[in-house]
Design a binder for this molecule. Structure first.
Ligand code: PMV
Length: 302
């Protein structure tokens, strides 16, 4: 039975703006979604969290690959859902990877292209940055529809899950689309410039510059209206100690934190009521730049 796994991701720089054709940079994280599947008598999905969209994801994958048999699909994920960590992209990528191995057509380009079709069902008109990062891993400089893999040194960051976002990615993308273009345009362009500078800083491992760029990108996201009071509070509390930025659609979810002083950062997080662990109002350490999709039990080519 093919077993594929995909990492989650965080968007380091450029979310929302990336939808308008400026570049974005994202990186794979250590938490993964694992999908196994096989031909079966009955159509069945086993997962701790099944929604109508999970069923639709399987349907799209089957249609794309002309699979007419029933499938038994098992999903397990350690990526918290709907908080900007790419849980849907990781599911799309792992599902495509396992299915492509089943039909002996596994390669990264095929995985990414089918995963994008599934992501469209989840998110409407996604830029493609999420599935591309989960598929290829490491860090990705993405400009619709192309991307480059960035060979960056692994980076230790802290992630904090501020609160469950009140709006979906689709709604937040629409909220930005509804802004007056004469207001939105210059902000998008400025984010694009930050991404170019961040690319250089990431490749050099220049944390001082990165910290400043995180803060600039976050303040532009605030202007786009996709931050939230809880994130703004965290930024204030950590000012001078760490740089904080939302990573994904925003409105809550997870923020990535680049600490200048890690112990002090943790102390402040705990004083604000964040606990060490995974989940809402928790913080944890992550290494970013992890491996992309992989078959856990070899690629089926026979
Ligand atoms: O919240 P996420 O992980 O789905 O990220 C969305 C990123 C956006 O730039 C807001 C949308 C997109 O499709 O790129």
């Amino acid at each position: 039975m093919p077993v594929a796994s995909s990492p989650g991701k965080i968007i380091l720089f450029g979310e929302h703006a990336v939808v308008y054709g400026t570049p974005g940079i994202a990186a794979a994280i250590g938490r993964r979604c694992i999908v196994s599947l096989e031909i079966s008598d009955q159509e069945m999905i086993e997962s701790p969290h099944i929604t109508e969209q999970t069923r639709k994801a399987v349907e799209i994958m089957k249609k794309e690959l002309n699979i007419n048999s029933n499938l038994y699909v098992k999903i397990n994920s350690s990526i918290p859902l709907s908080c900007g960590l790419g849980s849907s992209a990781a599911l799309s990528v792992a599902l495509s990877g396992a299915a492509l191995s089943l039909v002996k057509r596994f390669d990264l380009e095929n995985v990414n292209s089918i995963a994008y079709k599934i992501e469209q069902m989840f998110h409407g008109k996604p830029s493609g940055i999420d599935n591309t990062t989960c598929c290829y891993g490491g860090a990705i400089y993405y400009r619709k529809p192309d991307f480059d893999r960035l060979d960056i040194p692994k980076l230790n960051v802290v992630l904090a899950y501020v609160k469950k976002p009140e709006k979906s990615t689709k709604e937040l993308v629409k909220q930005v689309a509804d802004l007056d273009p004469s207001y939105r345009g210059p902000i998008i362009r400025e984010i694009g410039n930050i991404v170019e500078m961040a690319k250089i800083a990431l490749l050099k491992g220049d944390k001082t510059t990165l910290g400043k760029l995180i803060e600039k990108n976050q303040s532009l996201l605030q202007k786009l209206g996709v931050s939230c009071p809880e994130i703004d509070e965290l930024i204030e509390a950590l000012r001078g100690v760490a740089s904080v930025k939302l990573c994904g659609a925003g409105g809550g979810g997870v923020v990535w934190i680049l600490p200048r002083k890690t112990e002090k950062t943790v102390e402040i997080l705990e004083s604000l009521g964040y606990r060490k662990g995974i989940g809402e109002r928790c913080y944890w350490k992550e290494v970013i730049g992890e491996e992309g999709v992989r078959m856990e039990n070899g690629i089926n080519t026979q």
